[in-house]
Design a protein around this ligand. Structure first.
Ligand code: PLP
Length: 393
């Protein structure tokens, strides 16, 4: 869908200069109950305390050894040694998770190729268009579960046409639906990737919202990765924007892992070259900020802030979903995260109708997406009823 989320957000900001009842549910940024963006004071404080040396010089293009090690430890948590024992691992800093996605597309696909994505998804086509790539879809849902049959049959179809295939999985807290795969579903995906052994699979695992998952153990799925066979190269797209609420600082990374040593060895310079020939490097202050939070006592302070906003985001979402159910609005199956989608007949028309009533949200295939992370509890209370009335659902 060709709408520009940032433009909808700008329209909302313009409207709020004239009216005081604007609901801006367009963009995936956390705002607190007073509508302030600095919901994690430990992060804001740490940024302000960075020294010139931690902000001004050029960084190592890949973030440097300390950053890479800190990142791998952060993402894999208690499973780091298990992963390192069983797979080759490397990493490169990127400007946001977006940088990891863009460089994966340009390094692992040729213009005209297809990338494999779900029918309901975040805006991967933006990155694909720029790299001259096409979209090959599988169905995301069958009823209230992941449509594993569609994933398998469509991937097999594509693998017959194309030797090297980028497979994107956005989990947990899928954007835009808020769905999180069960461990069983994730494991099935792994087995299906393994079965495509005549192909080269690049498994782009976009876990931008890892920290917002309400699974009992949000890193447990990492333990399935070592099962992946040599024909699979996994690229984890990490987003510092979502993790730390620092959307404009452009912190992110690609973590490359595989059973195949050669694949990982070759991947690292590809990401470094991609950076040097485009955005040059990830901001030094973002890299250094991450390194600060890798220190245990800082991390513990950060986790207190994170837990607070994480519970608040979940509370907002649950309120919205419950009220939506009460008034008879349908949503995609939701588990946790920043967004939910209200199913509507004509999303491209419906989001404009809502905007006329100063409710700004984003059309997606099948419905309109509401970024509940950016709304206060007050704004959410009664919102489903308003949506229902405006859209006559
Ligand atoms: N992946 C998903 C699913 C997202 O929703 C986003 C941002 O909205 C990103 C990746 C990239 O975020 P960033 O580039 O800010 O890290």
């Amino acid at each position: 869908m060709a709408v520009d989320i940032l433009q909808i957000s700008k329209d909302a900001i313009e409207a709020s200069k004239k009216y005081n009842d604007v609901i801006n549910a367009s963009i995936g940024m956390f705002y607190d109950e007073e509508k302030a963006i600095g919901g994690m004071p430990t992060v804001s404080k740490m940024i302000k305390n960075l020294s010139d040396d931690e902000m001004l010089p050029y960084p190592a293009v890949d973030g440097g050894a300390l950053f890479k090690n800190n990142l791998i430890t952060w993402v894999f948590g208690k499973y780091e040694s298990e992963i390192r024992r069983n797979m080759y691992v490397s990493a490169c800093a990127t400007p946001g998770g977006s940088g990891a996605i863009a460089s994966t597309f340009s390094q692992y696909a040729n213009p005209g190729d297809f990338i494999f994505v779900s029918d309901i998804r975040w805006q991967y086509e933006r990155f694909a268009e720029r790299a001259g790539l096409n979209i090959f879809e599988h169905k995301l849902f069958k009823g209230d579960s992941f449509d594993i049959e569609s994933f398998e049959s469509r991937l097999k179809e594509l693998c017959k046409k194309q030797k090297q295939v980028i497979v994107i999985v956005n989990d947990p807290c899928h954007n835009p639906t808020g769905y999180t795969l069960s461990e069983q579903e994730f494991n099935q995906i792994i087995q299906i990737l393994n079965a495509q052994k005549d192909n080269e699979i690049v498994f782009l695992y976009d876990l931008a919202y890892l920290e917002y998952s309400h699974e009992e153990d949000n890193r447990k799925k990492m333990t399935f990765l070592p099962q992946l066979k040599e024909h699979v190269l996994t690229i984890i797209a990490f987003s510092g924007s979502k993790t730390f609420g620092i959307y404009g600082m452009r912190l992110g990374a690609a973590i490359m892992l595989s059973k195949n040593e050669e694949k990982v060895k070759k991947a690292h310079p590809k990401y470094v070259n991609e950076a040097r020939g485009s955005w040059s490097a990830t901001p030094t202050m973002s890299i250094e900020l991450f390194n600060k939070f890798a220190i245990e006592e800082n991390r513990n302070e950060f986790l207190k802030d994170l837990n607070k906003i994480n519970s608040l985001v979940q509370e907002r979402s649950v309120t919205f979903i419950e009220q939506a159910k009460e008034v008879g609005l349908s949503t995609h199956p939701f588990r946790s995260g920043f967004y939910t989608v209200v199913l509507t007949k004509d999303p491209d028309v419906d989001y404009l109708k809502l905007a006329k009533h100063r409710i700004f949200a984003v059309p997606m295939s099948g419905g309109v997406r509401f970024a509940l992370c950016s709304l206060s509890r007050n704004e959410i209370d009664g919102l489903p009823q308003k949506i229902k009335t405006i859209l006559e659902l």
